[in-house]
Design a binder for this molecule. Structure first.
Ligand code: OSB
Ligand code: MG
Length: 375
């Protein structure tokens, strides 16, 4: 693959409404847009890290540092044959998965475009549309929560995920079941807010017939999750605990979960995401695509990976309008029919970049060129 230039742009994009979880509250997304230039095409990706080290140890600032000081210069210097080589080249870098993913995903987009394929097709995806749900943050009141749930059900979303934390768990779930009945596909995400000392409370979740409870215990644990799963009827889904196919193998081996949430950034890129998908398919563990409040470029990558066969549970990839007044791609992501997003048919991520919008949001920029002097 000829790659002669990489450009990083840092933007801030406000969220329509603040998103609160057990770990904190986000009001705007601070994003690095990565552009990888070949001779005739450009590959795009965005970093998914949060502005603060609250979901994992990375931040948009640490992602910038890794890209600028290590990853981009090395990619330009060494060169690659195929996108999987990026994953191998940076396997020596400990953690920093979201930084590695941001570059690797842009290379995958470039590779797809250079080969006239959709990104979904290049990854091995076969679906023409993906089934989607919505993730609702911790709200100020039960009434506000119920109003949001109602709106999203009316829009046709096929899974309602609510964030929970101690003091905001049984009551909101009870209220949703009471108002909307037992048939709506409902789940809860604790973002590591509990410990095994809360076992009795977590067992009470079984009464709500949830599709799953996501990451109830510590972000770096699988042992306690296995202990909890043995006593819960509700399937446990791991998010924060899974950074690689090796993590997934170990979690499945000890029965720490029955479902896995795949986030491309958290696992270091599309190459690793496919490996986790394939392992889970073999072990009969359903997967679904998580979200990090991505703007359009990251959203497009999520749509592509979710087109793979074992993504059998609706993901957190909602329409652009659920998050932003104006997204950074054209067209914006919309529901093609209630509860579904069409997988685009144009090469690569299949969306155009809205540079006019991006230019209004930029606050930092850096260009790296391949050293052209022949030695
Ligand atoms: O735990 O899945 C999570 C957002 C930011 C950080 C972590 C999570 C989330 C979400 C929102 O649940 C998913 C989305 O709508 O993008
Ligand atoms: Mg989660």
């Amino acid at each position: 693959m000829d790659i002669n230039q990489v450009q990083l742009q840092r933007i801030k994009i406000p969220l329509k409404s603040p998103f609160a979880t057990s770990f904190g509250r986000v009001t705007e997304k601070d994003i690095i847009i990565v552009r990888v230039y070949g001779e005739d095409h450009v590959g795009f990706a965005e970093s998914v890290a949060m502005p603060y080290p609250i979901y994992n140890e990375e931040t948009t600032g640490t992602v910038w540092h890794l890209l600028e000081s290590f990853l981009v210069p090395q990619l330009l210097d060494k060169g690659i044959q195929k996108p999987q080589d990026v994953s191998d080249m940076f396997s020596y870098v400990r953690r920093n998965n979201m930084a590695k993913a941001a570059l690797e995903m842009a290379v995958w987009d470039l590779y797809s475009k250079q080969n006239g394929k959709t990104l979904a097709g290049a990854l091995g995806g076969q679906r023409t549309e993906i089934e989607v749900g919505v993730s609702i943050g911790i709200e100020d009141s039960i009434d506000n929560l119920l109003e949001k749930v109602e709106g999203f059900i009316d829009e046709g979303y096929r899974k309602i995920k609510v964030k929970i934390k101690p003091g905001w768990d049984i009551k909101p779930l009870e209220a949703i079941r009471r108002k909307f009945g037992n048939h709506i596909p409902l789940m809860a995400d604790a973002n590591s807010a509990y410990t095994l000392n809360d076992k009795e409370l977590l067992k009470e979740l079984d009464q709500f017939g949830l599709i799953m409870v996501e990451q109830p215990l510590a972000h770096d644990d699988i042992i306690d999750h296995a202990k909890l799963q043995a006593e819960l009827a509700t399937p446990i889904c791991l998010d924060e605990s899974i950074h690689s196919v090796e993590d997934a193998r170990k979690a499945i081996e000890i029965n720490a979960c029955k479902i896995i949430n795949i986030k491309i950034g958290r696992v270091g890129g599309l190459t690793e995401a496919i490996k986790i998908h394939d392992l889970c398919a073999e072990k009969n563990i359903p997967v679904w695509c998580g979200g990090m409040l991505e703007a359009g470029i990251g959203r497009a990558h999520n749509i592509a990976i979710a087109s793979l066969n074992n993504f059998t549970i609706p993901g957190d990839t909602s329409a652009s309008s659920r998050y932003f007044h104006k997204d950074i791609i054209l067209p914006e992501v919309t529901l093609s029919k209630p509860g579904f997003i069409a997988v685009p048919e144009q090469p690569g991520i299949g969306f155009d970049i809205d540079n006019e919008v991006i230019n209004q949001l930029i606050f930092d920029e850096k260009v790296f060129k391949k050293e052209t002097i022949t030695r």
